[in-house]
Design a protein around this ligand. Sequence first.
Ligand code: 3H9
Length: 656
Amino acid sequence: MGLSMPLTLKRQNNIAIVTIDNPPVNAASHAVRQGLLDVVQETERDPTVQAVLLTCAGRTFVAGADIREFGKPPVEPHLPDVLRLIETAQTPWVAVLHGSVLGGGLELAMACRYRVANAGAQLGLPEVNLGLIPGAGGTVQLPRLVSAELALDMVAGGKPISAKAALHAGLIDALTEGALTPFALSFIDNLASHPVRPSTLDKAVNLPVDQAAFDEKVAKVTARAKGQKSPVAAAQAISKGFNLTVEEALQQERETFLKLKDDPQSAALRHIFFAERGTISLERLKGQKLAQIQTVGVVGGGTMGAGIAAACLLRGVSVVLVERDDDAAQAGFKRTADILAGSLSRGLVSQQKHDKMLDSFTVSANYAAFAHADLVIEAVFENFEVKAEVFSKIEAVVRPDAIIASNTSYLDVNALSQTLKHSSRAIGLHFFSPAHIMKLLEIVVPDTVSDEVLASCVAFGRQLGKICVLAGVCDGFIANRIMSAYRRECEYMLEDGALPWEIDEAMLAFGMPMGIYQMQDLAGLDIAWAMRKRQAAERKSDERYVDIADKLCEMGRFGQKSGRGWYIYDGKSRKPDPEVQALILSESSRKGITRISFSPDQIMSRILGRMQTEGHAILNEGIAQRAEDIDVVMINAFGFPRWTGGPMFMEGLSGA
Ligand code: 3H9
């Protein structure tokens, strides 16, 4: 039929079956749009076609517009125009949904008269995550199929819903656990006796059940967005749309979409979308034989060990956790089991899966329990001698091919590897706490690690659903090294004239989830104090050193847990403390520093400048592979605002 390549059209009696085959995710690229246009023209011309069944090959339905085209000039036919033709076609289209039905993909499905799905399908409008709102009618279609409240949640929140929830909400018409295409064909058979229903845009819009409650939801979206524009624009598109005609609402949506597409926030979010998917492209890893990691040993059942154990169990990996004695082992068991119970109570796993996870989890006070482990990760106290001893105990009991990993966040993984008889099996796997939630995994690469071990650990990290970033060996690797550098810069600013709460407020206004001093108070000041005391002997005499944090600890101010730290606490409420202010002022004067005031912009520019300088040092030393990896780390380790693209991307934008 002369169709563009990614589409095929075949006939089954009087049904036209269109299949989009555009790997990896059937994105609505130019060729797909052109193909759809050709099909709709062809099938409208043919009076023998009674219905068009729209399916996708591969693992998913259309997962959205082709994001790679967004940076380029738009090429006709545009998606909204193609969808309007499908929507208004005389021959009804039936969308057959599986996998990720997202963005332009869901808009395409909603432009069809009917939608059937299999149980695994996920449906959503995630455009806000790319700094956009839907641009092919989504904000106008969705509230005509589902409630106004759900439409707001889906468009402004960007999270997909399950096929079951979509059926319940009225977004799809039928659901099957079985084979999809035969189900869709019999669905069409049943339609034959009914008049064709009106198109989505011909339906009346669903107004909010309670306008005041709806307005409150919109206000919450705005508050939660901090500086990000797209969720606010998405909420406005939905709420303003109630008072517009379909044509006006489509026009409003399109204008907002095009404006946001050219906004730096969208460019930044697209940058990070691809950066997260491109973190590891090392030649040395290609074609390596991968170890099958089915059983993981964990040493230590504290917060980190339990989190790592849960992260493995949640992804179907068996775990053996070893602690120093039976009581500690039982405590580790409970900590891990509590995390799994939390996943069950939040509906993230079924009872069956929960029970299976518990069956695959054992604890012991004896290292011999690691005899069958494919990989053992130590998560014990952050001290070189302690970790080295644990490493040799592991090596004494594991199989010769087992991998041995340290979860250290600062220590020298090269030196740690050398404590083993076979250093090629040693690696750093730096999880972030809580390890079952945080997406980032720094894979720390010692000089002697084998390619096979490294490749197997990357595959393992991905198996756990982590974003893996390779890091070279240095104090703090990527994340903590940059954190230490900007923490030092903040301390200089304290002496130079800023106050902790001014720095925190500037960081919050910038979009960080927490200020650096709020974070320190939450984590406790004593651990870093102990580390500074250990490092004191190596500190250069001419290095600028700020000892305000040490003095706070000497005063017994260890943070939130002791009721006082950088702030003073009354229960959970936190207030600036005049005593801390007095200490800071007296330290400036003791050092002969004339204090100057800092605006929030000046504070952030010093913090960002420090992050970028350290980022360049890390790149030059080969600690990070790519500037993008540093952005990925800062966003996923510390909640650096995604819509900025990360500190290295920002530097490129400013040309600094
Ligand atoms: C939109 O639709 C706007 C419309 O309203 C209006 C238009 C006018 N385009 O994530 P994965 C690539 S905005 C191009 O690793 P998974 C990805 O880069 C869009 N490429 O797989 C990767 O490539 P590579 C709204 C895309 O199974 C490969 O596919 N839609 C796109 O973990 C595999 O991706 C979205 O925002 C794309 N749209 O997850 C959905 N999507 O192999 C964005 C993926 O070379 N996509 N690629 O590294 C996703 O959320 C996930 O990719 C998905 C699959 C859940 C689909």
